[in-house]
Design a binder for this molecule. Structure first.
Ligand SMILES: Nc1ncnc2c1ncn2[C@@H]1O[C@H](COP(=O)(O)OP(=O)(O)OP(=O)(O)O)[C@@H](O)[C@H]1O
Length: 345
């Protein structure tokens, strides 16, 4: 994706990485929202500190951009522990994992992002490492191969996944605590934005913050990204970041009042105007929009379903009454696909 793809919750670029790093909350107290998860983590970390032991292994599950990496950093920071960062795709052999595990220092926090994408052989090595702080290393090949046990320093594994369902049960069961991160509500996003604006030294008013919060799809990463574009807009136009500036900046980047982008709108308008509101099957929809079915299913649809613009039925995707209203269209009749703008009625 490009840096301009403002509503993609995945991390975009090196520039964004640096920007995010500067805005990341450093403690649980600074971390906005996710009240339940924060309380649970606080308890887990405090109990470990009181008993002077490494905290249990933690699994953070949830969609991209909701704060999993940030929480892993906080777990290390709150306990004054060093942090090692890796990711599933970087661990393609058991040897990759053995190299990391054998060099951990006592109490270190090991963060593995996208842990569901780790190699199967490494996963199996991780079971023993998590349970007994030990791994077996195979030395030699064929009939002469022997396994040599290696003791590890006690560590806390923090795994992050956007696809908790893909993790094998033996791995999932070895985490002492699983946190399910939820999308943020608008009040929480306003707090995220307010905090980021202060850190950026941006002069922005409350209504402008609320306007951005409504468009960022419940995701702090998108909130911060939209704020960056609004800051640019205010800078170039030499004005304050007020509601007008937010609307102008986000209209320029094709992010509408609900946070829909160009592809979301193409999908919705296809369902509404070409298929009379549906039901329409995924593949037919994908061909009509000119996009991969997988992209529609994994990226576009979850958000449209979540905000109530479409429903999934056994016969395909259907637009809801809210969708007709949002696009200013009405369904002409049950069996006809044609639509008329509300203004024409
Ligand atoms: N609760 C929060 N309070 C304030 N800022 C947050 C919060 N959660 C996330 N952020 C901000 O959103 C950005 C993205 O968060 P983070 O990288 O932790 O998400 P993630 O869930 O790890 O995403 P991915 O799965 O793509 O790695 C960070 O820059 C962070 O500043």
């Amino acid at each position: 994706m490009s840096d301009d793809d403002l509503t993609d919750p995945q991390l975009a670029s090196e520039a964004e990485l640096a920007f995010e790093g500067a805005l990341r909350p450093k403690s649980l107290g600074e971390f906005v929202g996710q009240t339940r998860v924060r309380g649970q983590l606080q308890l887990l970390l405090s109990a470990a500190a009181m008993q002077q032991r490494t905290p249990d292994h933690i699994l953070l599950a949830g969609p991209p951009g909701l704060g999993k990496t940030t929480l892993a950093m906080i777990v290390a920071h709150e306990g004054g522990r060093p942090l090692r960062m890796s990711s599933g795709p970087a661990i393609q052999h058991a040897g990759d994992l053995a190299a990391i595990l054998s060099s951990l220092v006592p109490g270190e926090v090991l963060f593995i992002d996208e842990i569901h994408r780790m190699a199967r052989s490494a996963e199996e090595m991780l079971y023993l490492a998590m349970e007994d702080f030990r791994i077996d290393i195979m030395v030699g090949k064929g009939a002469g191969a022997t396994s040599v046990p290696l003791d590890l320093a006690p560590f806390t594994l923090v795994g992050a996944t956007t696809r908790a369902g893909l993790l094998p049960n033996p791995l999932r069961d070895r985490f002492g605590f699983t946190a399910h991160l939820e999308f943020y509500d608008e009040a929480e996003l306003e707090q995220v934005l307010g905090r980021a604006a202060v850190m950026l030294g941006l002069d922005i008013d409350g209504p402008a913050i609320a306007e951005i919060a409504g468009r960022c799809r419940g995701t702090p990463r998108i909130a911060n990204r939209l704020l960056r574009r609004v800051r640019d807009y205010a800078l170039v136009h030499g004005g304050r970041a007020d509601v007008e500036a937010v609307r102008a900046a986000l209209d320029l980047y094709d992010v509408d009042a609900l946070g829909l982008d160009r592809l979301d709108r193409a999908v919705m308008l296809t369902i509404l105007t070409r298929f009379g509101g549906g039901p329409v099957g995924l593949n037919t929809l994908a061909v009509s929009v000119g996009e991969e079915a997988e992209t529609i299913e994994a990226v576009v649809e979850p958000f449209l379903v979540r905000i109530g613009l479409i429903t999934r039925t056994p016969r395909g995707r259907m637009a809801t009454p809210m969708a007709w209203r949002h696009f200013g269209l009405v369904r002409e009749s049950e069996d006809a696909g044609a639509t008329l703008p509300i203004d024409d009625l």
